[in-house]
Design a protein around this ligand. Sequence first.
Ligand code: NDP
Ligand code: MG
Length: 399
Amino acid sequence: MTQPIKISILGATGSIGKATLDLVRAFPDKLEALGLAAKSSLEVLAEQIREFKPKVVSVGDQAARKKLLDLLDWPQSLAIKRPEILVGAEGLDLVASQSGAQTVISAVVGAAGLRPTYAALVKGLKVCLANKESLVLAGEILTQVAGDRLAPVDSEHSAIFQALGGRLDCLDLDRLILTASGGPFRGRSFDDLKKVTREQALNHPTWSMGPKVTCDSATMMNKGLEVIEAHHLFNLDYDQIEVLVHPLSYVHSLAGFKDGSILAQMGPTDMKLAIAYALSHPARWPLAQAALKQPSFEKFLNQAVPSPLTFEQVDRKVFRPLALAEMAGRLGGTAPATLNAANEVAVEAFLAGRLAFIEIFEVLERTLEALPVQKITNLDEALAADQRARIKAAAFLPK
Ligand code: NDP
Ligand code: MG
């Protein structure tokens, strides 16, 4: 019998982290969680520790560690030892690279995911990457260290990875079409967007995700970050990467080849499929019976039901963040890192009720304009660009 794959999950308490643990629960013969890292959702983390008994855990800071220890109240008599509990950025890096796992699920939200992703890759581990922000910040650096040890989790990139048979490099690949649901504000005018609320922005029509990526889907910044992510993962020029709105999210993206063929991947809107494929490729696990909760889209393949496969162009004059991300990607250097940092600052302010939805766009534009583009040759330069842009973007928030 083959041994289970030993994994560490960074961002275990988030939407992707929990979906990954659902897979561990469904496939105990295939997956074992050795490391879990989170920041502040300690009740959830304590439950996960009791159920999955990892060897090493990391939390945001010392206060969180103390609270987690209280919540765990680990009996001395228990045959299984309490996991080692680490803290902060260093703890996160250690869970990424030193837990004894072979594979890391990189699913922290935001730029905080860059260092641990890099640490895992430098250590020679395989990384299943949900944290798109790390590729946006330092795509060249990560892909250079990674070789073939990077597997996308983002559903669009997973779709293309699946169309390529579980590989990132394909000389016959000619173009990519990334699909987007269009988010909750599809078809709205720029003036409409001035009035939308936080609750409306967080009400995604087809996917259930964490708040930051849900907000990014509403502004369409998410698709912009994904264009940059696709550029790095599949080594294609920006001219070869298109975006189309496909409101029902059945087709998760399309890969176009030199001979004119296009392969699309379809599936339910359940991230477990993409996470499992990142772990199992090129093989596939029997998810449909074991782990997928949502009904499949197959009823729509029935001739009696009108085809839901419609595609539309994005209006970049309304959804300016997509155009800004495409521009930043083409500029290269620090521009994507600057835009990403500005977005994290603006989205955090929006979610906290300190910024209107449309003001996110302004913070992005002003920060990108204010900072000159420089080259990035190493990780420290990428992180420095991120810090500079955070300070600049914060200055553009309302006082
Ligand atoms: P969530 O907000 O649901 O979860 C974020 C996770 O990151 C939580 O576990 C959180 O811990 C942890 N975290 C945040 N900051 C830190 C930190 N400094 N140190 C350690 N842990 C930290 O996000 P999602 O799961 O939705 O998204 C995660 C990533 O995956 C993002 O990059 C997103 O773009 C990408 N992604 C997500 C998809 C989805 O369906 N959700 C789809 C495609 C991509 P805590 O809860 O304890 O604070
Ligand atoms: Mg996606």
